[in-house]
Design a binder for this molecule. Sequence first.
Ligand SMILES: [Zn+2]
Length: 396
Amino acid sequence: MNHFEKHLCRLCGNSMLTPLYREDFLELRQTSIAVHTNSFIYLLCSQCGLVQVEPTPAPEFLERYYRYAPVAGLDHELLLTVKDQYYQETIEFLKRLQPRRIFEVGAASGYLLHQLAETFQATVGGLEPSDASRRWARNKYGIKLLPGMLSNLDIKAHRLQGAFDLVIACAVLEHAAWPVAFMRTAGDLLSKGGYIYIEVPSLSHPLKSELTEKVVQPFHLCYYTPASIIHLGARAGLTCIHVEEIKTLVVPIYRALFLKQSSAAITEKLFRAHVQWFDNRLDLILEDCRRYIGGASNVWIWGIGDDFFKLWTLSPETFDPTKCRLVDRNAVKISKHLGPFEITPPDSDLCGIPDVILIASSSHLIWKNILKDAQDLFPQTPIHILYKGDYNDRAY
Ligand SMILES: [Zn+2]
């Protein structure tokens, strides 16, 4: 397979790019009656999976193109019916974020922004290079969009730094020649902990030549895979927290959500939440222990291992030594002491007859054995498995 080493991947900088697809087309130039042959080629990066088109158009060319783009001349009224269906899922997805300040890059005629403003009672702003589309957005929805491209947006002059909690770019990032710069600038618009939501077309299986005329066009400068989307976030100082392929549309797309936070900070937050969840669970178990012990005079706590030790260290006062017995069949544990308790075998000659048995092991294998043992010994005694699954369904 040939590699194009003269180009570098515009996302990860890798030089090993594989040609995927080439298209030649005829170009009519206004300045000349001659017809010129032109071509573009798609290259796949072997490292990050980005597919990029070459040659890369100059930024000035792109700005001019999108200002007068064909989409600006399309019948926006007709597009409304299509967009209504298309954006329903997008709006549904964004409901989990409950954004209050939204900025859209490439807002076109302002339809989605208008819907989002209505749905979330949000303040909205946006950017749209097409003069005709901006006019439409202003006349139809009263939304005043900024002109130009994101790469030229003077964020400070417009006082947009950190001004939004959600930036969206639907069907836009594939038009950006330099996606990392695009995402960094989009990130600058966000407050800390804000989100960027993108939708980009998917090629699904580029190597199987499933490029179709629906998606392939010279102004789609980059195509993405889940790997390159995640990589893109990391390069731009964002963390991709969701990526999925939507195959139900005529043109399959990827939708992705990025958080303006480092992955280390997100991991720490998740870890804290995880620890909190365990602590809350232990609190509920201790609450149960207090309830059972409070109403009984002889409580056997059966299965004394790390699980019980943790409960004990958190709240030794919960386990009243005048009411509780610690029992275990494991010979290694017998006669060991825990505070005022001595671990004994589950023997009624030593411990009397229990009013209630609390099984204190979280291991399925162990609590099931203890349960059988306890039921055989004391068929009438209520037994509670402290760690068993759901809290509403724990009593046996
Ligand atoms: Zn790459």
